[in-house]
Design a protein around this ligand. Structure first.
Ligand code: FAD
Ligand code: NAP
Length: 530
């Protein structure tokens, strides 16, 4: 008999809700969390300026009507401290901590065929067993941490956005370098530019950033609270798991608009703020012409905002379609480059050669700094699973996924029974409001476990043919889009040696939910249950 019905790995948004559901259904469950606190992403990424890029009204749990009625978000896009406070509140409100082992990392798991259970080993050498394991390990929880020659010789301080010091960092008056201009770099740069002595930004690929139009949201929140349950129902059926203020209405198709109307739509989206800019045209990531116009609109705004035309040009993305890498949501990013204390180094012109005791050498110039901030990103979607030695029979999951992940619905992988992944590869996950996708997966998995129990069954895994079909469907649909044209983390392109495969399911949250619901209603079609 296994020690636990369910072992959950990770105590972020996903793991906490999974624990709540397991308790509600009467399963014995234990959570193992590598960190010392709940929160996952929002515990680790404490860098200055960190905040969500999905509106707080949507980027929050919906499972408890009282929780969403009582909680008051202060801003349209909540900052990291407020999100972490919220997650801690959830952990305390439902007394979740008593079933969590903190500071403990799962390092290995082996499936025991004779007992239909997993033997799980943690980094303190403890072994435990569970009938089911649910990996709530996060899509962006393992940094790539690229090797920079000489980093170990740097005499100053090295900070990493993904494990910012708990006590914070005093950067006032210092010479600071930031390497990386994705969302983490961009938020850090914007937040620290006013107070550092000198800021040198090392940019390899410029992002497309749209203004957040962040603001206090007391009135909006009060209005949504009046109809929160219906509001959430609508979000679950949208493409991105959030509504962009327009419910289920389809964005216009680009060919239906003349150039003036298309530009007007882009202007409206730009003024509205946030990632909803991508919703300007339904086919923005399908039609290269639509994409070009949307990209050109942003390029023109960069020229408007940055006074030095040479710097503006360096900041202008041209090498990939807009939206094909995760767009950034900014609060005054481009304006930072008008400050006298900020220098932009374009690494495509002056490659980053090495790090010295004094600073960073790019091209022929040594930039002397006191602090280096690395904002270089994550081994997305598969990194946390690859980091665990997951074995079933003769195979490891790592080997099985060497040429790209293979899953059915992003929930399970054939040959690895009783192992579920929350927001796993080949599910909408990172292309959506993650809270919508997390809740859907947690509820789907919980229903599946209840189904097995009610039938007296102890084992579930995908049928290999159903998995093949799903892998082909996810790859084929991604190939219809412009996503594969960017060397993005969606494609695994930011990790040397990682197979380039589009990792999430591109078909949208609403369609995915209909497929997932259909599979469950059809007696878990495509799964073998025994
Ligand atoms: P995580 O929050 O990543 O939690 C996973 C947990 O698992 C971690 O605490 C980790 O320590 C633990 N873990 C992993 N492996 C092991 C192991 N082997 N043993 C034990 N513990 C383990 N998404 C959005 O939709 N909107 C946003 O605005 C947004 N902003 C983001 C900002 C940042 C800086 C980052 C990095 C990501 C952001 N995301 C955003 C994505 C974000 O990761 C998700 O929204 C969400 O927080 C993920 O929750 P999770 O519980 O699935 O994973
Ligand atoms: P990222 O988007 O992958 O950005 C990493 C940056 O580091 C890129 O500019 C990359 O350049 C650069 N880089 C990587 N390796 C480098 C090297 N060896 N030399 C020089 N530059 C290098 O990572 P992230 O900013 O941490 O964001 C990851 C994801 O987390 C986001 O896309 C988003 O989904 C989420 N996130 C969201 C928010 C938010 O707004 N709520 C904030 C942070 C993160 P290249 O582009 O050339 O590879």
């Amino acid at each position: 008999m296994a020690d636990h019905d369910v072992l959950i790995i990770g105590a972020g948004f996903a793991g906490l809700y999974q624990l709540y559901k397991m308790r509600e259904l009467g399963f014995t469950a234990r959570v193992v969390e590598a960190g010392p606190e709940v929160g996952g992403t929002w515990y680790w990424n404490r860098y200055p300026g960190a905040r969500c890029d999905i509106e707080s009204i949507e980027y929050s749990y919906s499972f408890d009507p009282e929780l969403q009625r009582e909680w008051n978000w202060t801003e349209r896009y909540a900052a990291q401290p407020e999100i972490l406070t919220y997650i801690r509140h959830v952990a305390d409100r439902y007394d979740l901590r008593r079933d969590i082992d903190f500071d403990t990392r799962v390092v290995a798991m082996e499936f025991d065929e004779s007992a239909d259970e997993w033997a799980v080993t943690t980094d303190d050498g403890t072994r435990t067993s569970a009938r089911f394991v649910i990996a709530a390990t996060g899509c962006l929880s393992v940094p790539t941490a690229p090797h920079f020659e000489g980093l170990e010789n740097f005499a100053g301080e090295v900070l990493r956005t993904w494990e910012w010091p708990l006590e914070g960092a005093d950067l006032a008056g210092k010479r600071v370098a930031v390497v990386g201009t994705g969302s983490s770099g961009l938020q850090t740069i914007t937040a620290i530019a006013p107070t550092v002595g000198h800021l040198t930004v090392f940019q390899r690929t410029p992002p497309y950033a749209v203004p957040a139009q962040n603001r206090p949201i007391a009135d909006e929140l009060a209005a949504v609270k009046e109809r929160y349950p219906e509001f959430r129902e609508v979000s679950r059926l949208t493409r991105g798991g959030a509504q962009c203020g327009e419910g289920l209405a389809y964005p216009p198709f680009f060919p239906d608009l003349d150039t003036d109307a298309a530009n007007a739509e882009l202007g409206r989206r730009w003024e509205g703020g946030g990632l909803c800019y991508q919703q300007a045209f339904y086919d923005l990531l399908l039609d290269p012409e639509a994409n070009d116009l949307a990209a050109e609109y942003v390029r023109a705004r960069i020229r408007d905002k940055v006074t030095d035309p040479t710097v503006a040009e360096k900041l202008t993305p041209r090498s990939y379609p807009i939206g094909a890498k995760r767009m950034c949501v900014d609060t005054g990013y481009y304006e930072v480059y008008n400050q006298d204390n900020v220098t932009l180094v374009d690494l495509t012109e002056e490659p980053l050669r090495r790090i010295t005791e004094r600073g960073i050498v790019a091209g022929d110039t040594e930039h002397e700094v006191d602090v280096i901030v690395l904002a270089t990103g994550f081994d997305a979607m598969t990194g946390a699973l690859d980091a665990i030695d997951i074995r079933s029979g003769e195979r490891t999951l790592r080997d099985k996924w060497a040429d790209g992940p293979r899953t059915y619905l992003g929930l399970m992988s054939a040959g690895f029974p009783n192992l579920f992944t929350v927001t796993g590869p080949q599910s909408p996950s990172v292309l959506s409001n993650m809270l919508t996708s997390i809740e859907y997966h947690v509820e789907w998995i919980s229903n599946a476990l209840e189904h097995l129990r009610s039938q007296g069954l102890t084992r579930m895994e995908p049928d290999p043919e159903a998995e093949d079909d799903w892998v082909n469907a996810t790859n084929d649909t991604a190939d219809l889009t412009l996503f594969p044209e960017a060397a993005s983390w969606y494609m695994g392109a930011n990790v040397p040696g990682k197979r380039r495969v589009f990792l999430p399911f591109v078909g949208g949250v609403g369609i995915y939910k209909q497929i997932g619901d259909g599979v469950a209603i059809a007696n878990y079609h495509g799964f073998e249950c025994a």
